[in-house]
Design a protein around this ligand. Structure first.
Ligand SMILES: C[S@@+](CC[C@H](N)C(=O)[O-])C[C@H]1O[C@@H](n2cnc3c(N)ncnc32)[C@H](O)[C@@H]1O
Length: 198
């Protein structure tokens, strides 16, 4: 059935699409960290419906919403119009199509432990490969290059993906970090890392 009225989350009205990840507990946990300053350059990587980027745009940030899934970009544009907010949308596999540096980067990556057999766009929103780290491990070495001098990056993972492993990989990149969000669910705990340059 076609959705005719949007659902409101954190004062942002969101339309959905069956091929785009609709916000869940993980999205809401990361969204709590969106406290950006006016005109800050803010990236919502893996934007899905655009929720995170739209919260940033409401705080007057200059927002780029990027996703590998073209359906997510169309939906983000639609949701931006619905909320009378301005964001740029861009198709990109991680930073493949992004050269800029940002004051804030937000990423709620696919982190579910999957075999990678399902190939719909909606599966790619979840599929973190055999240990759930496939996308996270590609992302971590690219963070530094895309942060401004005082820039901050916030990303999410599950404790099932290995917290220590993330900490070691961040240290290897000479990045400072802190865990700023946690939420226990039925079978896992969601963790939000805040990362910045030394
Ligand atoms: C768990 S969903 C999060 C969506 C939204 N940010 C939220 O929190 O509700 C992960 C998103 O990352 C996107 N994605 C997956 N792999 C990606 C990649 N390599 N580069 C960019 N986006 C990717 C998916 O298409 C999906 O929209």
């Amino acid at each position: 059935m076609k959705q005719i009225t949007p659902i409101e989350i954190q004062e942002i009205k969101l339309f959905s699409d069956k091929q785009v990840y609709f916000p869940r507990e993980d999205s809401l946990l990361l969204a709590k960290q969106v406290k950006v300053f006016p005109k800050s350059k803010t990236l919502d990587l893996g934007c899905g419906t655009g929720l995170i980027g739209l919260i940033g745009a409401k705080q007057n940030a200059i927002v780029l919403c990027a996703d590998i899934n073209p359906n997510a970009l169309k939906l983000t544009e639609k949701n931006a119009i619905e909320n009378q907010l301005k964001v740029e949308v861009r198709e990109s596999d991680l930073f493949s199509n992004i050269k800029e540096k940002f004051d804030f980067i937000y990423f709620n990556p696919p982190y579910v432990i999957e075999e990678g057999k399902r190939k719909e766009w909606i599966d790619k929103a979840l599929d973190g490969g055999k240990n759930g780290r496939k996308v996270i491990d590609e992302f971590i070495p690219k963070i530094k290059k895309h942060l401004t001098e005082n820039g901050k990056c916030f990303f999410l993972q599950s404790n099932l993906n290995g917290i220590k492993e993330t900490e070691l990989k961040l240290e290897k990149q000479l990045l400072e970090f802190e865990i700023v969000g946690r939420e226990k669910l039925f079978f896992e705990e969601l963790i939000v890392f805040k990362v910045w340059k030394k």
